[in-house]
Design a protein around this ligand. Structure first.
Ligand code: ADP
Ligand code: ADP
Length: 234
């Protein structure tokens, strides 16, 4: 059973002569436990695809099914549950809260989910350990490097044990070595915790690590490459 499925997913921004057709009918299938790379040129619709699946913005056509349930059929409470508990999201720009420490940033989603504050701090520290930044738990984002901030953002995304981790260009603003560390971390989260990871990237190092690659071109799913093919072409 696919964990994520889109059927004719369509997104048009604006209207009339100014309309931008960002997604033009994407039929995608992602299975539980997969590590998927989403690749394609800038402006091809990758961020839009992530924003639709993550529920940050609504499609103009087509359907999104999570665990075969159409998200359009969900109540507001069920949608909130999906966004808060089932899907973790990491962004190119980290999007940490500036005035909060690393640990506070990680505990925010747990507070939303009603987790007891002591338990949230305990789990928050454990997550910061997992991503290798526990010693900086009381640092604010401005006191952390880009790679360290991205680690905090990954810990935050995992706070409520999501089944799905969406990562939109997670290494775009990182140097080569730090980017490798973040990719290794995503692979470890996928393999060890069984989290389904969907990662958009221009980073070709991910091609050898992922299960499949979805190539997006001009708002369409151009082709899907299996890992066997990946090994031959890379
Ligand atoms: P990618 O992530 O592959 O770079 P995007 O999904 O960001 O692609 O963008 C796809 C197309 O949609 C681009 O032409 C972009 O300019 C346009 N677009 C994205 N977001 C918006 C928006 N909020 N309003 C208008 N156009 C947008
Ligand atoms: P990337 O190409 O790395 O995915 P973009 O620079 O295309 O990032 O987009 C960054 C953000 O700006 C996204 O949230 C996207 O939806 C928004 N965006 C992109 N293009 C436009 C646009 N033409 N008008 C308004 N918002 C846009």
């Amino acid at each position: 059973v696919p964990i994520i499925r889109t059927v004719g997913l369509t997104k048009v921004y604006g209207g009339g002569d100014a309309a931008t057709h960002a997604l033009r009918g994407v039929d995608a299938v992602i299975h539980r436990g997969e590590l998927i790379a989403v690749m394609g040129p800038s402006g091809s619709g990758k961020s839009t695809f992530f924003n639709m699946i993550g529920g940050l913005d609504g499609p103009t056509g087509g359907r999104i099914l999570i665990d075969e349930v159409d998200v359009a059929q969900l109540s507001a409470a069920e949608l909130a549950f999906l966004r808060c508990r089932k899907i973790g999201y990491i962004f190119q720009q980290y999007n940490l809260v500036r005035y909060m420490t690393a640990l506070e940033n990680v505990t925010v989603p747990m507070a939303f989910a009603g987790v007891d504050p002591d338990a949230a701090r305990g789990r928050g520290m454990a997550l910061l350990e997992t991503v290798g930044i526990a010693q900086r738990w009381d640092h604010r984002p401005v006191e952390l490097s880009g790679g360290q901030q991205q680690r905090v953002a990954i810990a935050r995304a995992l706070a409520n044990r999501p089944a799905i981790l969406l990562a939109d260009e997670p290494t775009a603003n990182l140097d080569f070595a730090t980017g490798q560390d973040v990719l290794d971390l995503l692979v470890r989260i996928n393999r060890d915790a069984g989290v389904t990871v969907v990662c958009s990237t221009h980073d070709h190092r991910l091609l050898a690590l992922c299960d499949r690659i979805m190539w997006i071109k001009d708002g369409r799913l151009d082709r899907v490459q299996e890992r066997e093919d990946v090994r031959i072409t890379v």
